[in-house]
Each structure stands twice: as C-alpha cells, then as structure tokens.
Design a protein. Structure first.
Length: 491
RNA sequence: GGCGACGUACCCAAGUGGUUAAGGGGCGGGUUUGCAAAACCUGUAUUCACCGGUUCAAAUCCGGUCGUCGCCUCCA
C-alpha cells in the first residue's frame, strides 16, 4: 500500500490529503517548455522539484505515470525561427534535443510520456470540436475562440475575475476580451494543419488540455508547473477541459515558486538575466544544483546569486564525505555490543538512524517539505562524523553506521541526491571547478609531488610555501595516513 | 487599478498556538595537526519587519502600517 501524503493545492489554497483517482496510482502532468530557446536554471527548478517528487512517490510505493510535454508550435518559436531563417518545427526539434541533453545532465528521470503539440493535432482538434459543439467556442474570421463567459467557474484556480483583468487589445472577431484562441487561422510561413475550422494551428493553452487527456484521462491527479503559469495558462486549461468533459480536470494543482535574482526580480528570458542549465552544470556537479533547489521548500521564491552553487556544493560535499567515512568503517559484531563499548556517540547515531526514515518521510509527506527532510540528513551526518572521531570506530564501527548508510540510500532513492559513488563525485568536482578556474590539474599534481618530497626531507619552509601557492589556486591539501590528497576548495 | 504570496540571525532557511526558535553556509574561539585541511566542540536571534488586539500562552491567530515579490502580456 502506498503511503498517504498531503500536498498544497493551489485550487483550494490549502494543504490537503491526497486522494487519487485510481487507488495506488498518481497521474502527474507537468508543463514542460516552449522550446524556442535553451532551458535555464529557473526551468531547472521546476524540472528538479517534480523529478524528486516522482522519485519520492515511487519510493513510497505509488505507481506514477509522469507526463511532461513540449510546446513546439507557438508564436515565439515561429518568431525566433523566422529571425534565424529556419523552419519553426526544425528550431523546436533542435531545442528539444538540447533539452534532452540538459535533462540528462541534471539526472532527470524520463517521463512516461513527452508529448509534443505537433504530434497531438488530432487530439487537439477532437477537443476543440467538443467545445464548439458544446457552444463553449466559436469561429470568427478563421480563428476559433474559447468563449470565457460560457464557463461559469472561470477564475476558480487563479482567483482572477474576468472583469478585473486589464484591458486588452481589441482583436477583430473576439467577443469577450478574456476569450482566447483555440485554433489560429494560418498565416504564410507558419506551421499549418487542416481542420474543420479552416487551416491553422493550435492556440497556446489547448495543447496541455488535450495531451493531459490523451496520456492520463479526463481527470488527472496532479497538475504541476511554475507559479507563473497559474494565470492564464492553467486557468484556461481548466476552462477547456472541464467544459469539454464536464468533470474535474485536475484534482490537485502543484506550483513551484520562481527563482529570483539577488535584485529580487525573477529570472526570466524577457528580463535578460538568465543562466542556462548547461552553463551551470559545466561549472558545478548537477547534484549541487539539485541540492540547492531542494534545500528550500518548493513553493517559496528561491534567491539566486553567485554564491548559491558554491554553497550548495559545500553542503553536498559534506554529505558525500560523511557517507564515505561511514562506508569505510569495518566490523562484524552486533551493533549494540559495539555501541556499549564505544559510548554515547555510537548510541546516539544508532538512535538517529533508527528514527530517520519516519522523520524524513513525515517531512516529505507534509507538502513535500524537502528543506525539513534534509535538515534530518544533516543531523545524521554530524552524528556519523562525531562517531567517526572515535579511534576504534574505523575498525569496529561498521555495524553502528549501517543504519546511517541505509538512510543515505533512502535519500538517494527518494530525492536523487547522493546518486554517485564518492570517487566519481570528487572527480567531477575537480574537473569542473578546475576548468572553471582555468587551472590545469597536472600543474597541481606536480606541486603536490614537489611538496611531498619537501616534507620527506623535512623542508617545512618549502612545503608550506607550496601549500600557500596551492591555497592561492583554491586547492586544499590534506595530509593523511596514505599520503597527500588534494581537493578543490569549495567556498 | 485587480488578484495573490511573503518579510525569522551576516547569508540561505525550517518552524504556523505551549519544553532551551531546526538545518546549512559564513565568521570568531578551542580540540587535532610539523604547518594545514577535514571532522568534532563552542560562540554567533531573550527573539521572529513594525504597531495594536485575542489568549493563561503567539514567530505562529486577528486588525492596521511599512517593505519586497509574483500574476493580470510570453514565461518553469
């Protein structure tokens, strides 16, 4: 049996118990991108939040059908394609390929369905047909409009009132200012399909209604997306789907907060302050980005500044290093026996490990509170490290840290953090950070070697001079039992 | 102008009626170290934008003020 959970529903503005349409199953539709440009770290927040949410649900034994669409027919795509002298669909294709690169770099799960507008024209037309037949839509001068006044509940998601909206451009053939296009009459140079209402292409909102129905049915469990989509996009989806099918469209609306710049403004293409995903993951491990998102509650605005990723990387390294320490411990006695000999730190670690899963999932079950859940992980990390200071821990502590290792596995499975082995992680940190700082690792190795020789000769002055030089290059040298190791300074 | 969200330490941030206000980063002190680093210990908010109210009890509820942000046009 899947574990029950609670989630904030934009529709009711409350945290509610989740009740699925079909027992044990979650149908999740998340608005993907309009592929006219590359994805930036603001998009990535939505991707990562819902990716982690799906992992968590599955770990909690829900069967999840996850859908994330591409909008590949759209005004902005056409405009951009024309600027670049290429076919709109080709531009979209190019950006979808780039998206998949970014998604893989971020370690995102593959949704069950990634529908595209251009491949769902029949479904879209079928739904428009229903709306026209039901007199929720009308055709005027080649364009088919949704008649907003025909849907009494319009505004229930966003709280917007039709009359309160700012005055809009007067468009020929449009009956009400809030009406929006379902099917746009074709213009030269635009992607065009035949339809009962004349040649044209879908409007912006209809595709999500149609694709959600095709992939998940007329009522879906959870519809997700960025907070900025609530109005008009999601409001219009509700209007279309509920008018067409006469039943609830989405039971829960889950919106992630937006990234804001240190200036306070959101990150947005129209504001010209974007950092693309590929730029960020070239400089830092993708998991640092993931941790950066998950350390905050998904609904809060999240400030972005240049310290964000270094800070997140420092946190992530703390997690990996603690797990490394725990994995290195040996021993085959009963945990309780070892704990009795090794004292209260061992007992505390065993206690925290035993309580971990319940506390961790209590946090996630209450509106996916990853911030709170992660604080428990860090408590566990401190307990592991404290225990590891005991001289006998290395040889006998294995049974004591076993529970903590299970806990780290839970974190990996349910959030997608700690997914690498520590060597791969540290290697990635070195590669990316050194490249970012323009440092050749071979130079570092040479200096380390020279310093090792100086130390062997007890030439402390030389050894310290080299350490200082390395420190200038943001390199930490760790003199351990097995010789000198070096790592990139994270902060 | 309409709709909505938010304001917790140097920074990020959890907490939404009741023990000493989580956790992370940073900074200071200590243990450790040839020197360091990592790790651990310790100090960093008698207080939760401000004012008033409800209550035995509020960061948490109510009212007001100030400030910030999002949406109302494309936006994750």
């Amino acid at each position: 049996m899947p574990a029950p959970f609670r989630i904030y529903n934009t529709l009711s503005r409350r945290v509610e118990d989740f009740e699925p349409v079909r027992p044990g199953h979650v149908g999740l539709y998340v608005c993907g991108m309009t592929v006219y440009d590359r994805a930036h770290v603001g998009h990535a927040r939505a991707f990562v939040v819902f990716d982690s949410f799906v992992r968590y649900l599955r770990h909690r034994e829900w069967e999840v059908t996850f859908v994330r669409n591409f909008t590949d027919v759209d005004d902005k795509i056409i405009k951009r394609a024309n600027e670049r002298g290429m076919e709109p669909i080709a531009l979209a294709e190019e950006n979808i390929a780039l998206y998949h690169q970014d998604a893989d770099a971020l370690g995102l799960l593959h949704p069950e369905h990634e529908p595209r507008v251009s491949e769902c024209i029949d479904d879209i037309q079928e739904m428009i047909g229903r709306l026209v037949d039901g007199e929720h839509a009308y055709v005027s001068e080649g364009t088919t409009w949704y008649a907003v006044p025909s849907f009494e509940e319009y505004g229930k998601l966003s709280g917007q009132k039709v009359d309160g909206l700012r005055s809009e451009d007067v468009v020929a053939g449009k009956r009400h200012p809030a009406d929006f296009a379902l099917w746009k009459a074709s213009k030269p140079g635009e992607p065009t399909w035949d339809s009962p209402w004349g040649p044209g292409r879908p409007g912006w909102h209809i595709e999500c209604s149609a694709m959600a129905k095709t992939t998940l049915g007329v009522t879906i469990d959870i519809h997700g997306g960025g907070l900025d989509l609530v109005f008009p996009h999601h409001e219009n989806e509700v209007a279309q789907s509920e008018a067409a099918h006469d039943c609830a469209f989405a039971r829960y609306w889950m919106h992630n907060g937006l990234l804001t710049m240190s200036s306070g403004q959101k990150m947005g293409k129209s504001l010209g302050n974007v950092i693309n995903i590929d730029e960020a993951v070239a400089r830092f491990p993708a998991e640092a980005l993931r941790l950066y998102y998950l350390q905050n509650h998904y609904r809060s605005p999240l400030p972005w500044d240049e310290d964000a990723l270094p800070t997140a990387l420092a946190m992530l390294s703390r997690l990996y290093e603690a797990r490394e320490v725990a994995e290195a411990m040996k021993g085959s006695e009963e945990a309780a026996d070892v704990a009795r000999d090794l004292g209260p730190d061992a007992q505390e670690l065993i206690r925290l490990s035993a309580d971990f899963e319940d506390r961790f999932f209590d946090a996630l079950d209450e509106d996916f509170n990853t911030s709170k859940a992660l604080s428990y992980v860090f408590e566990l990390v401190r307990a592991v490290n404290r225990f590891s200071n005991h001289k006998k821990a290395r040889k006998r502590g294995g049974p004591v840290v076993a529970g903590a290792l299970v806990a780290f596995g839970i974190v990996r499975d349910s959030l997608g953090l700690l997914a690498m082995d520590v060597d791969a992680f540290m290697g990635e940190v070195k590669t990316k950070r050194l490249a970012d700082m323009g440092i050749d690792p071979a130079d570092i190795d040479a200096l380390i070697e020279e310093r090792t020789a100086a130390r062997a000769a007890k030439d402390w002055a030389r050894a310290d001079a080299i350490r200082a030089e390395l420190t200038d290059k943001h390199i930490e040298v760790r003199d351990g039992a097995g010789g000198a190791e070096w790592r990139v300074r994270l902060s």
